[in-house]
Every structure is written in structure tokens, then in C-alpha cells.
Design a protein around this ligand. Structure first.
Ligand code: SF4
Length: 97
């Protein structure tokens, strides 16, 4: 078992690993922030990691908005697109906790 912080809010998590594979994620009852609770995002972490239908690359919309058409792109291409759109919008940074 490994202790650490969750995805976005820094909730305390306990990660159970068996044979080099995450088998369960649960809230750390001793963490002052979440006191053992986790939202569905962290609770479904094993699906993000291992579900056969999970997204494995960034996707770029190629059809009209809402049409549901996307193509796989590389991470470099995705970051370049994000940078380009941020420059166009005038935003100067991305903040992540
Ligand atoms: S439990 Fe939810 S809010 Fe907390 S770190 Fe995980 S995803 Fe974020």
C-alpha cells in the first residue's frame, strides 16, 4: 500500500498495489483534508489506468462541435494546440494544484 495525494484537490489516498498493479484506491482516514472520503474520480482510478476503452492519447475534434468526431493526436501536438489557443485567447497560464 502507498499513501499520497489524489488527482486534483490533494485528498489523502491509500493505493493498494498487487503484482505491480493498482488494485484499489481508498481515502486515507488519517488525512486532515478528506478524512477517508474520496469522490468518484479517485475511486474510479483503476478504471482510468486499466479499462480497455480508456483514452490513451489526446483527442482532437475534427467534426463540428457536438458531432462526436475526433482523431488521436500526439501529446506534443496537443500541447502545441493548447499553447496556440491560449495565445489567441490572451490567457497567459494554466494553473493546476
Ligand atoms: S478525491 Fe476527488 S477531490 Fe479529492 S483528490 Fe481525488 S479527485 Fe480530487
Amino acid at each position: 500500500m502507498v499513501a499520497g495525494t489524489g488527482v486534483s484537490r490533494g485528498c489523502g489516498v491509500l493505493v493498494h498495489v498487487k503484482d505491480n498493479r493498482v488494485v484499489k484506491v481508498e481515502g486515507d482516514p488519517d488525512h486532515p483534508w478528506n478524512q477517508g472520503r474520496l469522490c468518484s474520480r479517485c475511486l474510479s482510478m483503476t478504471q482510468y489506468m486499466y479499462h480497455p476503452d480508456r483514452l490513451k492519447t489526446p483527442l482532437k475534434r475534427v467534426g463540428r462541435k457536438g458531432e462526436g468526431k475526433f482523431e488521436s493526436i500526439s501529446w506534443d501536438e496537443a500541447f502545441d494546440l493548447i499553447e496556440e489557443k491560449m495565445k489567441k485567447s490572451g490567457k497567459i497560464s494554466v494553473l493546476n494544484q
